[in-house]
Design a protein around this ligand. Structure first.
Ligand code: ADP
Length: 262
């Protein structure tokens, strides 16, 4: 049986998922550079290798993410808002609110019981409150972004980060370092500041459980805890949360493959 491919080309990373009869059978995650056409091709190749398949096994490809129109082998392009909603509903069927924090934007998406988008709000005007903000601040602390979440969980005296602009936040981080503040306390302050910004966005669409956190920043445990604390609600997160857009795209493709409506 042919597979449905979901390909999410984001600002930092290409995510590819292979779906067969509602089951994820292969996936890949690789950085996006200047040549998106080549990166998309590589993402597909890696996901096919992961599933021990080849291009002849592909039945339908759906693209999403900001680079979706550059996927030359794609048959359909769908917005990441719809795809994150579909993906989150697939993994957590009781989801009513999705918060997607990626490399360059943050989205709040209200979904109904069928995983359809009811309302959404987006911050894509600046990097504040996005993965980019954390990447820059991690860099200012000399840390890898994968390490900042676990480290922040050790914080006992979080600092207050007041800068909302990424550039100013970077200087604020440097200033806290020179004043002898511990990295974990600076990181906890940064996470709290993003959680605050996300909360305002979520309030615009209405907060209703269950809440599912998607996008690469959901891999950051410190951010998951900060968001959950600020919301006063548990937050669903899956090890596949960064793939949520690609999963949603593959689900749309699987419906097309089997002749259903999408
Ligand atoms: P995009 O779709 O725009 O490429 P993603 O949803 O893939 O964005 O998220 C990318 C962001 O995820 C990065 O900017 C980074 O901050 C964060 N991220 C990626 N991997 C990890 C990790 N292992 N731990 C913590 N954060 C991560």
């Amino acid at each position: 049986m042919k597979v449905a491919v979901g390909m999410d080309i984001g600002s930092t990373t290409a995510k590819c998922v292979l779906l067969r009869e509602g089951e994820i059978i292969g996936r890949s995650l690789n950085p996006v550079g200047v040549d998106i056409v080549r990166d998309a091709d590589r993402a597909l190749q890696l996901a096919l290798q992961d599933a021990h398949l080849d291009r002849g096994d592909v039945g339908f490809t759906t693209g999403t993410g900001y680079g979706r129109f550059k996927i030359q082998f794609g048959q359909l392009a769908v917005t990441e808002i719809s795809c994150h909603a579909r993906g989150a509903h697939f993994l957590f069927p009781k989801t009513r609110l999705v918060v997607d924090i990626g490399g360059q934007d943050t989205k709040a998406i209200r979904v109904n019981e069928r995983g359809e988008v009811v309302d959404f709000a987006m911050n894509d005007k600046c990097a504040a409150g996005t993965g980019r903000f954390l990447d820059v601040c991690a860099g200012a602390l000399g840390l890898d972004v994968a390490d900042i979440g676990p480290l922040s969980l050790n914080s006992r005296h979080p600092v207050r980060v007041t800068s909302t602009c990424t550039v100013f936040a970077e200087s604020e981080v440097t200033s806290y370092v020179s004043r002898g503040k511990e990295p974990q306390d600076i990181l906890a302050g940064l996470h709290a500041s993003i959680a605050n910004r996300s909360l305002s966005l979520l309030q615009r669409v209405g907060i209703e459980p269950e809440v599912t956190f998607t996008g690469g920043v959901s891999r950051n445990e410190g951010m998951v805890r900060a968001l959950s604390q600020r919301l006063g609600l548990p937050v669903n997160v899956s090890p596949l949360s960064q793939y949520m857009g690609a999963i949603g795209a593959a689900l749309v493709g699987e419906e097309r493959l089997h002749g259903g409506a999408s």
